[in-house]
Design a protein around this ligand. Structure first.
Ligand code: 3TV
Ligand code: ZN
Length: 500
């Protein structure tokens, strides 16, 4: 008897110690999102989610295939598990459900929700034109062509695909009620309740062919950049009462925990865009100004080829603007006919660095992060450049190597990334390529770009190594009067033979 009561006391002590230790991570307080990267370095890395989907990031892509959901209509005989995991309300999904219309087949594993509080119904993770919605549904899938299960896929660059549905408060939603009516059975952390199957398709908006697509991450720790995001353009509604049920019924702590924390405000704030673009499957603007078409691959290639070959007169007349990012800052033209005078230009925003760049790996859709790979895949340039430069500076390898990388590898990575519609082309890359052609045209083009970079310098606080700086720190022209050193073009920078 004594032994039993001793064991019981030890167990009790251990349980209370786990309370003292507290949750691994939370959305606010000392383990809140600002501190996630202390334990989960990817959370401060590149290509994080969610993002604010603003119109300057959008590129229409006619090649995006509509999402097709398969076996989403579940029989009511099928039993699903609704669980409070302390961070969200999660519903398990059977492996018969999958999506196609993506680069691989992705099998469903779970869905969950993000929301805010009862008095402030703005808890979506993705924002559209800086507008936050009441809540957001995520249906998580893993790449079942390549990986046997979610646990294997979760940290792989092409591992996950999440469908995001923006939720507004409006009409009562009978399909969301299929979940919400069981919410009280999942009141405390780790509580779960059985839910009969229903038609999961009806949780989604009617149109599955209109969406935003970008490469991102888990929005929760460990924040792996392994998610191909599809956020549907059209929202769904739930009633105010349904929203209140979500915002007020759940507790983030376990039933034994003396501290009772409401489970709400479980949304991550928008993350830096990191030179990414957001592809859109639809063209008509709905108050979205300036959805820019991705120039056809052929045009992109031709213009890049002209730039590499130094065919700059034509480029100045009609082509260079097609390389440039679009958006808020306007490039001032040189004296001659200026292709940029009618264009707006968005300049890359400052990037974050991960605490542990050595952990980086090939990111979601063909973007390599923190690792130089001679793969034919697109390499995401800006964050890569920053992480490598940062690492080299830390390891005292000196500027020479950084400069060589800037001259050779980074421009190539940026071009590849741009040609694959994953990012805009950094102005500094165009200027570095112009450097190779010390002609009048190059000089003139470069002056316009220099102005753009000056503006960029003024607005950017963190991108210290971007652009060409003199030793005194002033901005120099990218086109030297005489080449500073003999230039042997890297083979990658020779005019390419394009396949179409
Ligand atoms: F895979 C997930 C997500 F994509 C998971 S599973 C567990 C991660 C350790 C998750 F909890 C999520 F919240 C997301 S999300 O990026 O869709 N929010
Ligand atoms: Zn989520």
């Amino acid at each position: 008897m004594r032994i039993l009561s001793f064991i019981a006391s030890v167990l009790l002590l251990l349980t209370s110690l786990s309370f003292l230790h507290g949750a691994e991570w939370t959305y606010s307080g000392s383990t809140g999102q600002d501190y996630w990267s202390n334990k989960y370095p990817y959370c401060a890395g590149p290509f994080q989610s969610p993002i604010d989907i603003t119109s300057d990031l959008l590129r229409f892509s006619p090649t995006l295939r509509p999402i097709e959901v398969r076996n989403y209509k579940l029989s009511s005989k099928e039993q699903l598990t609704l669980r409070n995991d302390g961070h969200s309300l999660q519903l398990s999904l059977p492996p018969t459900m999958y999506v196609s219309g993506l680069p691989n087949q992705f099998t469903a594993t779970q869905l969950h929700l993000h929301w805010a509080s009862s008095n402030w119904p703005t808890g979506s993770e993705h924002l559209v034109d800086s507008r936050q919605f009441a809540a957001e549904l995520h249906i998580v899938h893993y790449n079942s062509d390549k990986y046997p299960d979610i646990n294997t896929a979760i940290d792989k660059s092409d591992g996950l695909a999440v469908l995001g549905v923006l939720i507004k408060i409006g009409d009562f939603n009978p399909v969301y009620e299929q979940i919400l009516r069981f919410i009280n059975g999942a009141k405390y952390k780790n509580f779960e309740v059985r839910v009969p199957g229903f038609n999961i398709r009806e949780l989604l908006p009617a149109r599955l062919d209109e969406f935003y697509r970008y490469d991102g991450s888990l929005t929760t720790p460990p924040c792996f950049p392994s998610v191909l995001w599809t956020v549907f353009r059209n929202h769904v509604t739930i009633s105010h009462q349904q929203y209140l049920a979500l915002a007020t019924s759940l507790v983030a702590s376990s039933v034994q925990d003396p501290e009772v924390n409401p489970l709400n405000n479980n949304f991550r704030k928008p993350q830096p865009i990191d030179s990414r673009v957001v592809l859109v499957s639809f063209k008509e603007g709905r108050g979205l100004h300036g959805i820019l078409t991705v120039s056809p691959p052929f045009t992109r290639k031709r213009v890049v080829q002209q730039l590499l070959a130094g065919d700059l007169a034509d480029l100045a007349d009609e082509g260079l603007h097609q390389l440039l990012p679009s958006g808020s800052q306007t490039l001032q033209a040189g004296k001659k006919k200026d292709p940029m005078s009618r264009q707006s230009v968005t300049l890359a925003k400052p990037k974050q660095q991960t605490k542990n760049p050595s952990l980086w790996k090939k990111s979601q859709t063909n973007c390599y992060v923190g690792k130089l790979g001679m793969a034919e895949n697109t390499l995401c340039y800006t964050s890569l450049e920053q992480s490598i430069s940062h690492q080299l500076k830390q390891s005292h390898l000196g500027n020479e190597l950084v400069e060589t990388l800037k001259d050779t590898i980074y421009p190539e990575l940026n071009l590849k990334s741009y040609l694959d519609c994953k990012s805009d082309l950094a102005l500094s890359t165009i200027r570095r390529i112009l450097c190779r052609h010390p002609t009048d045209e190059a000089l003139e083009l470069d002056r316009s770009l220099a102005k753009a970079l000056v503006n960029h310098k003024k607005t950017s606080v963190a991108t210290k190594h971007e652009g060409s700086r003199t030793k005194q720190g002033g901005l120099s022209s990218a086109v030297p009067q005489k080449p500073l050193r003999q230039y042997h073009p890297h083979p990658w920078l020779l005019p390419m033979e394009w396949e179409d």
